[in-house]
Structures are given as C-alpha cells and as structure tokens.
Design a protein around this ligand. Structure first.
Ligand code: PLP
Length: 402
C-alpha cells in the first residue's frame, strides 16, 4: 500500500484539515480506536500487503485494464478519453476493493461477523462476497421498501450466504437501515466489524477505505504511462460518498499538472431535494459520526437527496473530499440525470461498454471536457462499475435508445 498517501493532510485524530474526526459515543470510540491501532500496524506489515495482493490478483481479477474509448472520441473530437475498467473487477464494481480489505482486517481482529446496511444493495453484495471468501458471517440491514425494489441484489446476497435483516420502521429505507445496523453493532461489538461502504464514517474508516481503493489510481497511473508515455491531463470520477473517486485521485494528488474532477449527481436540478450534489451545495455539518459537507435543510437536519443513480444519493461526502474542495486541489461539478443517461447510451454503442449509471456521470463530464480540450490531451475516467444492474430500470423508463 502507498504509505505516503496524504500523510500531510491527515492528523492522528483522523482530521483532514477541519473535516473528519469521530463524533461518536465513548463506548464506540473505544472500539474504533482499537480498529485504528490494529490497522495502523497491519497496513505496514508485509504479510497483510502480500495477502491483499494475492486476493486482488487471483480472486478479484486485478489489475483491471485501462481502455481508450475510441468510439467516444469519434463523437466528441478533442481530447482522448481513457477508461479505468472497474466494471471488470469481480462483482462488477470498485466496492469489492475495500470490502476485501475490511474483511481481511476483520479476520486479523478475530471477528466472526461482518455487518452493514445497504440501500440499493451494491455494498451488501460486495460485502457478502467478501464474507463468503473469508468464511465469515454476514448480516445486512436493508429497508423493506428497498428489499422490494432491489430483488436481484437481495437474491444475490442470499445466494452468497448473507443474512438479511428487513427494517420495518419509518420510511423503511437507507436511513432507517443505518440506524438498525448501528444498534445491532452496539449489541455485539466484540464479534462484529461494521464495514462502512465508502470513504465516510468516523476515523479510521475514511482513510482506511481510501487506502484500500488507492489500488485503482496506482494501477491506472502505470497503465497511462504504458499507453501514452505520460501522465493524464485530467482525471474524472463520480462522487457519492467518494470512494472510487479518492481511489483514483490518490495517485495524482501530488502531480500538479493533472487536473482532478469530482462529478456529483445534479439529478433533476439544483433545488434542494432534487439532487445529491453535496460538495457543490452542501454546508459544514456532522453526520453519521464525522464532520464534512452535508446537504442540509434550514434547520440543519440532513436534506432529502435524489439521483437516478442510487449509488450516488448520499447527503454527505467523505471528509477528505471536503478538504480537497477547500484546498482547491479537486474541482467538484455536477451533471444531471439526463446528461448521465445520454452518456450511458453513448458509451454502450460507441465502445461496447454498458456503464453503471453512477459511472455514466463521470463519462458525461468527460464528454464535456473533451470538447474543450485539445486533441493531444488525455482524460482518464474512472468507470466505477458495469451497468447490468441498471438495464431493466433504464429500458423500462426510456427504451433501448435515446
Ligand atoms: C456505490 C457506487 C458508487 C458510489 O460510491 P463512491 O463511494 O462515491 O465511489 C459509484 N459507482 C458505482 C458503480 C457504485 O456501485
């Protein structure tokens, strides 16, 4: 693992500048302190690094390739677009990168069970996969409304051996699932590791998940040198909580010539409740145990969020993103549902790749950038996942072409 990652930005209490930290009950803080201490040892241990490398190569199918999107280039002209193919990572998205890391950590901590909530089921599937690989129990809390909506992922989790706990109170959706999973965790801290699904949550999760995802950037940097002989001129990635984005950005943060773009979902427009563009429109706040930019109502409560891509509808971004926005190193911008859909259809036909709706946001932004950047420039896009999960929804609502 790259141990030089942003050392300068992160302090011992888990703050990136003024963002991050841990705002949690003392009993839980004791446990996260233990996790932080063990992880700090492990991440420098040769054995841990070797085990993770073995899994990545022989189970996940890494390294994933970088592909020149020749077809897209014909449509847009201008700069060339290269895709980092996390859609080809086992289970079809980047999330397995940190789930395998968290599961290996759970083993080392002597835990028996992995626990998490899930919304659309993507994190649940990745975690259930990791649990099966390591022979750990897996308990996924999911709102009853989401269980009905996301049948294929519910079936996947069950096939993989996970226990699904339906959440039946309130809106019966993600927020209640977080509360339910958290209560279950507090009842069984000794046996369980709560596996957070992005670069969010209290310290050490934002930096730990970042470290596990940094393999994306490390591979892509080398691959861009192999393909083009130099660094890319721009890197774009979609941002929900921010794990795939920080994963690819991490390799380029110190390369000042490389422009970095975090692409958020603008949904149906910029009115509160219609989007989930947290870095663009959020304010400083504390949510789920950490300080970051949060989309808030006037009274400070977390606002309703929306995106056509369910993996992006998060009311808070990871604290390192809030820091990178404040420092100006990363530019955050947003594209609408409609722009993401257009990019989705374009990439299917132009290059034979069906992207996840989340990833289509980054592709949409790259299409705009390509048009205004000269031909000899290169844009690297993190294609965070494949779109098979989205095709029923898309074709039902929009048909097979636009
Ligand atoms: C979950 C998900 C995302 C959003 O999560 P980040 O933590 O922001 O990366 C993006 N793309 C895909 C395919 C996802 O499944």
């Amino acid at each position: 693992m790259n141990n030089n990652l942003n050392k300068q930005n992160l302090n011992e209490e888990g703050f990136f500048g003024t963002y991050g930290g841990s705002f949690i009950p003392a009993e839980l803080k004791k446990e996260t302190d233990k996790i932080a201490a063990v992880y700090k040892e492990l991440k420098n241990s040769e054995e841990f690094i070797k085990e993770l490398s073995y899994i990545r190569k022989h189970y996940q199918g890494r390294p994933t390739p970088v592909t020149l999107a020749k077809g897209l280039n014909k449509i847009t002209g201008g700069a060339k677009i290269y895709l980092k193919r996390e859609d080809l990572n086992h289970t079809g998205a980047h999330k397995l990168n940190h789930c395998m890391g968290e599961a290996l950590l759970a083993k080392k901590l002597g835990k028996k069970k992995l626990l998490a909530e899930t919304g659309a089921g993507q994190h649940g599937v990745a975690l259930a996969t990791a649990a099966a690989y390591f022979g750990l129990e897996c308990e996924i809390h999911m709102g009853e409304t989401d269980i009905k909506k996301e049948r294929p992922n519910v079936i996947r989790m069950k096939l993989l051996g996970a226990k699904i706990v339906p959440v039946t109170f309130g809106q019966k959706s993600l927020k209640e699932a977080v509360d339910s999973a958290f209560q279950a965790y507090m009842r069984d801290l000794d046996n369980t590791l709560y596996c957070i699904g992005s670069v969010v949550g209290p310290h050490p999760f934002p930096s730990m998940v970042r470290d596990f995802q940094s393999i994306i950037g490390a591979e892509a940097k080398e691959q861009m040198f192999e393909l083009t002989g130099r660094l890319p001129d721009a890197v774009a990635a979609c941002v929900g909580g921010g794990s795939n984005a920080i994963g690819i950005f991490s390799a380029f943060l110190n390369d000042k010539t490389v422009k970095l773009y975090g692409v958020e979902p603008l949904g149906k427009g910029c009115a509160l409740g219609q989007h989930a563009a947290t870095a663009c429109y959020g304010k400083d706040g504390v949510l789920h145990g950490f300080k970051s930019l949060v989309l808030q109502n006037d009274d400070g409560s977390p606002a309703k969020v929306y995106s056509i891509a369910s993996g992006l509808d998060s009311p808070a971004i990871g604290p390192e993103h809030a820091y990178l926005k404040a420092s100006g190193r990363v530019k955050y911008d947003a594209v609408t549902d409609e722009e993401a859909l257009k990019a989705f259809y374009a990439l299917c036909k132009s290059d034979g790749i069906i992207p996840a709706l989340e990833s289509a946001h980054a592709v949409a932004y790259a299409l705009k950038l390509a048009k205004i950047m000269p031909e000899d420039k290169n844009i690297l896009v993190n294609l965070s996942g494949r779109g098979d999960k989205d095709i029923d929804f898309i074709t039902e609502h929009y048909g097979t072409e636009i």
